[in-house]
Design a binder for this molecule. Sequence first.
Ligand code: 3PG
Length: 378
Amino acid sequence: MKFLSSLTKKDLQNKICLLRVDLNIQNADLRGQTRGTTRKQNWHLRILAVLPTIEFLIGNGAKVVILSHRGRPQKVSSIKYQVSSYTLKPFAKILSSLFKKPVHFIEGTTFHAWNVEGDIFLLENLRFLKDEEENSGKLAKQLASLGDIYINDAFAVSHRKNASVAAITKFLPSYAGLLLEKEIKNLDKAMKSPKKPLIVILGGAKISDKIGMVKNFLNRADYFLVGGGMANTFLAAQGLPVGDSLYDKNADLRGLIRGLTRKIVLPVDVVIYKRQILDIGPKTIEKYLKIIENAETIIWNGPMGYIEDKKFRKGSEAIAKAIIKSKAFSVIGGGETASIFQNSKLKTQNSKLFLSTGGGAMLEYLAGKKLPGIEALN
Ligand code: 3PG
């Protein structure tokens, strides 16, 4: 794999760089940012994370054409709704205000070469074109014709075999961007050479992906601390009642139940509301914090409860605080989990903490799967 960080001004000056990023952020999570009322450090992680690469390219005299998807617009029938919910237009304004220079938004989806003077351009949501998700060579070639170099800085979508992530690498010299490089290095450090004890904390939904990860870590991790829908799935598999709680009744737990008592630690008490388990209870928090205290490496994906409601955030916040205090090298991923560290007083300068921009991509990577976006660069 070739890294953008190995290129210099000589390689980049006057080059047009196609930069694939992941700006898949819902309108609700953008509010203050489009109005320009949010302080920079509170901007969405996925926006902040791609700034260094754009700065690096501009600083070395390149022009940047930003490519991204947003949401899953093909699944929506009305074109008007598609465009209003999923357009990337607001990001041109956001990035312009961050860079204090115009970021030109290229409307429509025909992407003919355009004639605007400037350094930074943003194309419309590539998923407005069905060819994107079909990994079409035709679309990849068309996109490639707009630039000289391709850079993948979209770790979070590298598990999708999409035209602007995979097929495009056939048509241009291709590099991993600064963010993708950082993601791979940090995840590899936690997965391939972790200092022990290694504690894996798993909660939230996307249960089958997380089970894949547990299987890949069964011999590497010392403990799995489980909460949220993941815990409910294990509890239900043991025949315990979970009421109307979120769980996956089809989860394939073969090979895990045997190891349950030793490595997989389940809640000993929970918070229940309207027949649903919505958080881990105080005894469980205490038990989990004791284990975290001794950790040298921590991986966390998925909240312990329904954190959208403040009442059910206690478990996740207690864990976040313990991680900030701990000496461990920690990798945190999944949008919701990372947001616990981003939103509140928990904001941290702890340099041993890495917030991954990946959700599903992080899980697949840690489950030992090969990600098409990364394979394409290899
Ligand atoms: C994500 O948010 O996980 C990525 O942007 C991928 O989005 P997708 O699950 O819609 O492909």
